[in-house]
Design a protein. Sequence first.
Length: 454
Amino acid sequence: MTANPFSGTVASLMPRARTELAELVAFRSVADPAVAPRSECEGAARWVADALRAEGFQDVAVLDTPDGTQSVYGLLPGPEDAPTVLLYAHYDVQPIGDEDAWLTPPFELTERDGRWYGRGAADCKGGVLMHLLALRALRANGGVPVNVKVIVEGSEEQGTGGLERYAEEHPELLAADAVVIGDAGNFRVGLPTVTATLRGMTMLRVRVDTLEGNLHSGQFGGAAPDALAALIRVLDSLRAEDGSTTVDGLAADAVWEGLEYPEADFRKDAKVLDGVGLIGHGSVADRIWARPAVTVLGIDCPPVVGATPSVQAHARATVSLRVPPGQDAVTATELLTAHLEAHTPWGARVAVEQVGQGQAFRADTSSPAYTAMADALRVAYPGQEMQTAGQGGSIPLCNTLAALYPEAEILLIGLSEPEAQIHAVNESVSPEELERLAVAEAHFLVNYAASRRA
């Protein structure tokens, strides 16, 4: 077994990492000005840039990307003729949802039952700290053996494509021999896992209009077309009786080949209420990694409190469709749009607007970088072998990097294991996972440099 010179160093750095993660979590960096002031994202970007400069990075820059957000770039030169590795994370976060459902303040890192709670703690501000810890461990034990580029995105959660377009316009900027995407996660705590596939996504807003204005439901209800009822019918058409996603013309029968996800484990991880069934058919892995999945993210309509007895003239919803590897996100967007238009009842006027899109991704797990990572994870997780799994989420940058740099090897690791509850209330990160993955990343960089010299 490979020696582990980095474990003690990373362990000694964990108190500092907690302090820094608390500082980063404190920024309300939702990349949507309707949810949080732009200054919150700008503050987080400055924090990341300052952290890179403190680690000796050169050419540190806060990049203004075409979607109006900012990403942070830096270069740490390594030995002459060493390979270049790009490390990725993002500092933007999801909205907090129901603040009253958080047990502790969402933007205040709080320790509870051995985990650190706060929005972005795992997804993906913790990924920023994972990269910093790995680099610090290397510098304390002989130096960084590769050229390191770091890119920390500012709008990954919004799917607005700013960094992808910036990279396409500046193709030399992120060029690398290998890429470590620090935005995935282990299959469960303590089981080292690389993510082999990501579903792509498309996000649409659909608006239904039926009347010039709301009407008294007693005077007009029963004949006046209700926009909210029409919208509900449209949204219901996206699911079969068993809950499977049904978009006209979109295949939904692929089978996952690889690590399986036992249904009992999934129910526990997803916190499904007793007596409530799962939706769809096939194995759990089929449903969440290999097939499309539609989700209604939100509906604009009157809230229950204060509602008046009215027939609604207008209603709107945001619909997300996860697109599995092997399916094209552009085609899926066209099919979903056509489906929404075709299933709108009563001749109601319907308008569909695209607000986000990203392609699915499939990694080449036979590449030398995966061998280097398997050895590194074996050291960081004694007695465990690296597993490969899918992930239902999307990281649109992956396909952009694969297209720009077809020879680059792309690996996905990270802190978003099931207990992290990313995108939900009470998101948290396991400090033990942060520590072990930082050790693994340090070993990976050493292993990868050695493999390129061989």
